[in-house]
Design a protein around this ligand. Sequence first.
Ligand SMILES: NC(=O)c1ccc[n+]([C@@H]2O[C@H](COP(=O)([O-])OP(=O)(O)OC[C@H]3O[C@@H](n4cnc5c(N)ncnc54)[C@H](OP(=O)(O)O)[C@@H]3O)[C@@H](O)[C@H]2O)c1
Length: 254
Amino acid sequence: MGRLEGKTVFITGASAGIGEASAREFAKEGSNLILTARRLDRLKGLKEELEKKYPSITVTAVELDVREKKQIDAVIASVPPVDILLNNAGMVLGVEHLQDVEEDEFDQMIATNIKGLVFLTKAVLPSMKERQTGHIINLGSIAGKQAYPGGSIYCATKHAVEAITGSLRHELVDTPIRVSAICPGLVNTEFSTVRFRGDKQKADNVYAGLQPLVAQDIAEIIVFTAGRPPHVNIADMLIFPTNQASATNVARNN
Ligand SMILES: NC(=O)c1ccc[n+]([C@@H]2O[C@H](COP(=O)([O-])OP(=O)(O)OC[C@H]3O[C@@H](n4cnc5c(N)ncnc54)[C@H](OP(=O)(O)O)[C@@H]3O)[C@@H](O)[C@H]2O)c1
């Protein structure tokens, strides 16, 4: 029996990109899934696909906006105890310099990337502590390690994820609960389309002339991280495409 078989994995942002790919990888390992995001239709499609392919697992699809603490608490109260929490939901809006950042977009990034992750973590921790088991895996980013122009608020949110992940690891050091950060560079998902507010051409330009990571690349690393023996905690992993060396140093058309 594999280490992840029968585990309950709660994924935020499972309707696209890294979250969706992680759901597929965890399903392959025999984990039971709680898939959450705002686009319930997509989650239902994924649930149907995975239950058909892996009849031994249970997949629950729940609409959840991570900006809403009440929704989070209600969902956590209604599902089985969570063994692995994948705090994946996240987003960026725009590339404006700080002086031009709109307040509502600033609020949205903070509410999704920081507050949502904290609310979810707070909601699952009591049960993890009581059961003396659990793994919290947070999606950080190279933007949480380096700042770049046009990324002030997003970088701030991912630096916050880095700090929260670190503090939590200290706070839980005398427990069996593991806390990990997975920090990708450029991954070709809907992320940039959201950033450019639906402009696919601008989004595609982000990945032009290089081979970016795809969601599957990160999902495999997430599942590898979750699947280590209980005494092994992958604290922090930074993953770039081969032709990226920092937030701003990317070689194109090699
Ligand atoms: N792509 C990259 O280059 C990259 C690099 C480093 C780190 N990351 C991080 O990786 C994570 C996943 O991003 P991705 O690349 O897979 O992007 P994506 O394809 O745009 O997927 C983002 C997911 O987050 C969900 N989401 C957004 N706002 C939400 C909210 N308020 N409540 C619940 N779910 C919400 C979306 O679902 P709904 O819209 O259906 O709610 C979607 O499933 C993010 O934390 C991102 O910051 C991405």
